[in-house]
Design a protein around this ligand. Structure first.
Ligand code: COI
Length: 355
């Protein structure tokens, strides 16, 4: 993956060592879109399979107004990150897990899907081709966004006749404007993120726009994000708009079971494994909203979010505060996860792909 020249924005894209970093304020990265040099794209028909894709310069897509994704929301996305090691090499964290999740989602949304190898290869190509946009160690990451969309025209409600798999990337820092400071969450009772039998368990694009109103309302009241309840009983916690949630009580860590309405986060699964390896008892189960009152600690996990401590949660006008302490469970697990991701802690699990 050393050098690319096809359709490049830059006449001669960087090779190893050359033009190491893009011209960017690396000290002030947030979670905003910075266009990078290349995207990866490949199309296939409804009954076809994806061939090897091409890197092209990052730019706008041409889509029919009647594309399935624009009219009926037939689309999935993924999120994964590339890290720059001190020695300049790039590390990817479990991109195969994103590929597997996209496959599950494609099945749910009636779409053909790239193979695991093809997905991982595309992610590697995007990381390498956009290497000068991967932030220096400790300053951020290259967020990689694979998309699978029904790009062909369709008027009646049916699977689109053509699909596009594309991958683009942007350098990012912290997801929340709070940075690494604890989040304050609002428990939403009117709106729900997902319902039984819906698509909440896969990374369908249709899970995201419907929560914007709840987020906007919560943000206008000074909250960081919204925690949703189950839509049947309004009694069990589900997840936050952009991340999964965990509770800590003594040596026991609990998180809502991924039963179809909870997104199966790659960070969620990794934190569960790290916690078990480190002697915690981890329970995946239905968690009543009242349990938040007695938890020692609450934290959120996600690719974009990382592991974010929660400082307080407001439910029906009452705010529960969590004492922030050094050596919290969230901090401990986050340090291990980040250590593995950045190559500081030896990866004994085969989670890291070095490129
Ligand atoms: C991620 O964490 O990668 C996500 O997809 C969440 C998104 C709202 C940024």
């Amino acid at each position: 993956y050393a050098c690319y020249s096809s359709h490049a924005t830059r006449l001669s894209p960087p090779c190893d060592g050359e033009d190491e970093y893009a011209n960017m304020d690396w000290d002030n990265l947030g979670f905003g879109m910075t266009p990078t040099d290349y995207m990866y794209m490949v199309k296939c028909s409804k009954d076809g399979s994806f061939e090897t894709g091409q890197l092209t310069s990052y730019g706008n897509l041409e889509l029919s107004p009647s594309a399935g994704v624009l009219n009926y929301g037939q689309g999935l996305y993924e999120g994964t990150k590339a890290y720059r090691k001190e020695d300049g090499r790039l590390l990817l964290f479990r991109p195969d897990q994103n590929a597997i999740r996209m496959k599950m989602g494609a099945d749910r949304m009636c779409m053909p899907c790239p193979s695991i190898d093809q997905f991982v290869d595309a992610v590697k190509q995007i990381a390498v081709a956009n290497k000068r946009w991967v932030p220096p160690p400790g300053k951020g990451t290259l967020y990689i966004r694979p998309l699978l969309i029904g790009s062909g025209p369709i008027l009646g409600l049916a699977p689109a006749p053509e699909y596009t798999f594309l991958v683009y990337a942007s350098p990012v820092g912290n997801y929340f404007k709070e940075g690494l400071a604890p989040l304050n969450l609002y428990i939403e009772e009117e709106f729900h993120r997902a319902s039984r039998g819906g698509a909440g368990g896969v990374k369908s694009i249709t899970n995201y726009a419907p929560v914007l109103k709840a987020i906007a309302r919560a943000k206008s009241r000074g909250f960081s994000d919204v925690l949703y309840l189950d839509s049947v009983n309004k009694k069990y916690i589900e997840e936050v708009s952009s991340c999964n949630i965990f509770l800590v009580k003594g040596n026991v860590i609990s998180t809502p079971a991924a039963n179809g309405t909870i997104l199966q986060g790659v960070t969620r699964r990794s934190i569960i494994e790290i916690a078990r390896d480190n002697g915690y008892q981890v329970e995946e189960r239905a968690i009543q909203v009242d349990e938040l009152k007695v938890a020692d600690e609450v934290f959120c996990t996600g690719t974009a979010v990382g592991v974010a401590p929660v400082g307080n949660i407001t439910y029906q006008g009452t705010r529960v505060e969590y004492k922030m302490r050094n050596g919290s469970v969230a901090e401990k697990l986050y340090a291990i996860l980040e250590g593995i991701k950045t190559g500081v802690i030896e990866d004994k699990k085969g989670w890291i792909t070095e490129i």
